[in-house]
Design a protein around this ligand. Structure first.
Ligand SMILES: Nc1ncnc2c1ncn2[C@@H]1O[C@H](COP(=O)(O)OP(=O)(O)OP(=O)(O)O)[C@@H](O)[C@H]1O
Length: 244
């Protein structure tokens, strides 16, 4: 038996993955406690998307272990995946249907009853400041609101761990700021967030950070402590050679 209260929200150990001859992940390991906002920071090609594919069960690490709230994904994938909400880098929504209809479809896939679905849809949209847009067609929304809808959708089954792969790509500064603020707020209810990005301005000093570089964890800890008074963009450049 595992107890969510005593297990970390996510534990990754000894994780490697090769794309052909390219070693994209090389012995990655880190642990996230419940309720933290962790930025998975790394320059282009660092391995962030590959790691997200492993964490969502799309590719199997060889070798490596992923544990979600104490459940080993290799041994009990359905149970482990049930605890995860995912927002992929590429948008996945039906532009011709309303926000609520997009969420209803996802709720049905989760096996939720109609009445339970309506409760959860309202709850999730409210958390992302989107409740008033429930009846609007997704095709009429701006990019930021579409992203917020996708994040709400990822919360319908009430996961303990939310994974987001560069969720602000292509958005303007106000939309990016709104989304980072909403997602930070989710942690106050105990949700753990892993937010992949190459943009240091999306991080707060109180966040946790895992710096991924060339497929390895190059630094891990609280952002403010790691940068030690150095502007984060300069710290990032010194660790990775990559400009912001
Ligand atoms: N499907 C694939 N086939 C072959 N090589 C791949 C594949 N996906 C990624 N790679 C390679 O693996 C390495 C890590 O790529 P990955 O996309 O995981 O990095 P990333 O940190 O997400 O980069 P970005 O920020 O540009 O999305 C890169 O060298 C990339 O070229």
């Amino acid at each position: 038996m595992t107890s969510p209260s005593t297990n970390p929200a996510l534990k990754v150990s000894g994780l490697s993955h090769r794309w052909g001859t390219k070693l994209a992940l090389d012995g990655v390991g880190f642990t996230l406690p419940a309720g933290c906002f962790c930025a998975l920071l790394g320059p282009n090609g660092a391995g962030k998307s590959t790691l997200m594919s492993v964490l969502t069960g799309l590719i199997r690490p060889r070798p490596g272990v992923v544990e979600v709230a104490g459940t080993d994904m290799g041994r009990a994938p359905r149970r482990a995946l049930a605890g995860i909400g995912v927002v992929f880098q590429q948008p996945t929504h039906d532009l011709d249907r309303s926000v609520a209809a997009n969420l209803r479809y996802f709720a049905a896939l989760q096996g939720l009853s109609r009445s339970e679905s309506e409760t959860r849809i309202e709850e999730a949209l409210t958390r992302l400041g989107m409740a008033e847009r429930a009846g609007e067609k997704v095709g009429k929304l701006n990019g930021g609101h579409r992203r917020r809808m996708e994040i709400a959708r990822a919360l319908i089954h009430r996961p303990g761990l939310l994974l987001l792969d560069e969720p602000t790509v292509g958005l303007d500064a106000p939309a990016r700021a709104a989304i980072t603020a909403y997602v930070h707020d989710l942690t106050s209810s105990g949700i753990t967030v892993l937010w992949a990005t190459h943009l240091v301005d999306e991080l707060r000093d109180t966040d946790t950070m895992v710096l991924l570089h060339r497929g390895q964890v190059a630094a891990e800890g609280q952002v403010g402590r790691l940068r030690g008074g150095v502007p984060l963009a300069d710290w990032f450049l010194s660790r990775t050679g990559a400009l912001q």
